[in-house]
Design a protein around this ligand. Structure first.
Ligand SMILES: C[S@@+](CC[C@H](N)C(=O)[O-])C[C@H]1O[C@@H](n2cnc3c(N)ncnc32)[C@H](O)[C@@H]1O
Length: 320
């Protein structure tokens, strides 16, 4: 092994310090902030991420299964902490909408994290998911295009960037035209070029995969010709779900997991939803003849999901 001579180490250190200084100076100039401010901002960001990681490290939760019927399993756990070693490399399709960090009142989950900490949370759950996916496993993640509460952030592009760093490969993006007209009222400067806001009333469904897109083994598809032709067009138009009707602050409609499941998975595949909420993905998996597992951190939503899944099993049984 070769060691750096003392004089070389010294020179390397000076060069590194100089590079860091130059980068910080560039940021300071670009953002019109003092160098001191930029350095403090950077330190604060790092400290917050460290604190977040310290709180979350070292805990592994035993799986607490609360529902196990007809190949549908629900766990009352934190997805990042739960010991899911028995599922490593087995998940064929992940469908979820993670917490959006839009200060939604979830109960157990803090949905007002600093953006940098939120991105760290995103990295952690994606890393866990990566482990659980089969080599030809796919993910469909429903996230906003951007966020404009407490500072504008390009959530979608940051998400894709992190997922790529974790190891996922990019396949495509479906634009869900949710037609949510309530978002059409934040104009910024009305009828003036002073500071108008442009808001797209859509959400994204990011489609990525672990190692290879083509499935390794053939299975039984359950999609028909009309569905295939319509859904392979990457703009999907259907309404969102009513929070009041479902009793959850951010449910997606059954149509969303239904399309993903039929388009991207075979019958009997294993579907995972790390953020179950009111249980929509698990219900859809059951209806489409897939196996499913999911985790939810909050007891209120665990009860809600169980009751919704039970009702859907009951309906199906009475139809047969
Ligand atoms: C956007 S909602 C999902 C809604 C779901 N798609 C539906 O249709 O009802 C996100 C859910 O993730 C849960 N959650 C947040 N952090 C979690 C974690 N670390 N592990 C498991 N669940 C979590 C929240 O309690 C919330 O119910």
């Amino acid at each position: 092994m070769r060691y750096l001579k003392d004089s070389q180490t010294k020179e390397l250190k000076i060069r590194l310090k100089w590079d860091i200084y130059e980068s910080l100076k560039d940021i300071s100039l670009q953002e019109g902030k003092s160098l001191n401010f930029v350095i403090n901002e950077l330190i604060n960001k790092e400290v917050k991420i460290l604190q977040y990681n310290n709180q979350n490290q070292f805990f592994i939760e035993k799986p607490r299964i609360v529902f196990d019927k007809k190949n549908i399993k629900l766990f009352h756990n934190d997805f990042i902490k739960v010991d899911f070693s028995e599922y490593v490399g087995r998940v064929n399709l992940l469908i979820t909408s993670p917490p959006y960090n839009l200060s939604i009142e979830y109960g157990k989950h803090n949905d007002s994290l600093d953006y940098e900490v939120y991105l760290e949370f995103t990295k952690q759950w994606l890393t866990k998911a990566y482990e659980l996916m089969a080599d030809d496993g796919r993910i469909c993640v429903n996230i906003p295009l951007d966020k404009n509460k407490n500072g504008l952030k390009p959530v979608y592009s940051d998400f894709v960037e992190i997922a790529k760093r974790v190891g996922f490969k990019y396949q495509s993006t479906i634009v869900w035209n949710e037609q949510n007209i309530s978002r059409r009222t934040a104009w910024g400067s009305w009828l003036s070029a002073s500071a108008p806001y442009v808001i797209a009333p859509v959400e994204m469904i990011v489609v990525m995969y672990k190692k290879q897109w083509k499935r390794l083994n053939k299975g039984e598809s359950t999609i028909n010709k009309e569905e295939f032709i319509e859904w392979t067009n990457g703009v999907w138009t259907f309404s969102g779900e009513s929070k009041k009707r479902v009793g959850h602050p951010a449910p997606f409609p059954l149509e969303l997991p239904r399309r993903c499941i039929k388009l991207f998975s075979y019958k009997d595949d294993l579907i995972l939803d790390p953020f179950v909420g009111s249980g929509t993905t698990l219900i859809s998996a059951f209806q489409e003849g897939r196996k499913a597992i999911g985790t939810e951190i909050d007891e209120r939503f665990i009860n809600l999901a169980m009751s919704r899944i039970n009702s859907s099993l009951f309906v199906q049984q009475n139809l047969i």
